[in-house]
Design a protein around this ligand. Structure first.
Ligand SMILES: [Fe+2]
Length: 211
């Protein structure tokens, strides 16, 4: 019998600390907050859309851009004439131990985008895992968790957890529903998000929406 995965999504991860000091990016983002750029909000702060090639993010963008091209053209096999682009990049500072969660933490997906990246510039134990849920959510009804053994594989896994750590970069298809737990580390968590888009994905009417 031949058996293979059917309609598979991906989670890519890379520890980049040897390529870029996450403290450099963290200090750049903290400086923006101190300079009163972006938006303070309950539970933390968001930068607003940033220039990915500006001085705060350029070294990180180089790393992400390389991986975005690899995922698009080598893994997913987009034809080379269809050029991907960085649609948006923004920073999040999640303050610790707030009862209220930032608006981007409940389950959501990044509509009208192709690949989403998250980079952790500052992270601690219990600072809030990222959970990714299967787009085939009906699997969770047909395979109750208590019926499954501890042995997880691509045929029974419906959720993937990411434990943030400094320098960790993850990427996943933008249609994947994801959410973030509360930051209970007692320290701030700093993450940078990027959306990569295909040519037909145009968000000029999104009005600065941030996820
Ligand atoms: Fe998100």
């Amino acid at each position: 019998m031949q058996i293979g995965p059917l309609f598979t999504s991906f989670l890519a991860s890379d520890e980049t600390e040897h390529l870029l000091d996450p403290n450099t990016i963290a200090s750049n983002i903290k400086r923006l907050r101190l300079d009163k750029a972006g938006f303070g909000q309950i539970g933390g702060w968001q930068s607003g859309f940033m220039d990915p090639w500006g001085k705060e993010l350029a070294p990180l963008t180089e790393i992400i851009w390389d991986r975005a091209k690899y995922l698009a053209y080598n893994l997913i096999k987009i034809r080379p004439e269809y050029k991907i682009r960085i649609d948006s990049a923004w920073a999040n500072i999640n303050d610790p131990d707030t009862v209220e969660q930032m608006h981007n933490n409940p389950p959501h997906l990044h509509a009208n985008q192709f690949i989403s990246f998250v980079y952790y510039a500052e992270a601690y134990e219990d600072c809030g895992r990222l959970t990714l849920s299967t787009p085939t959510s009906v699997q969770e009804y047909t395979m109750p968790r208590q019926m499954l053994s501890e042995e997880q594989n691509e045929f029974n896994c419906t959720r993937m957890m990411v434990w943030p750590k400094p320098g960790l970069l993850v990427a996943f298809p933008s249609y994947i529903m994801h959410h973030v737990e509360a930051n209970r580390s007692g320290k701030t968590r700093i993450s940078i998000a990027y959306n990569i888009a295909l040519p037909h994905q145009n968000n000029e009417y999104a009005g600065g929406r941030m996820e």
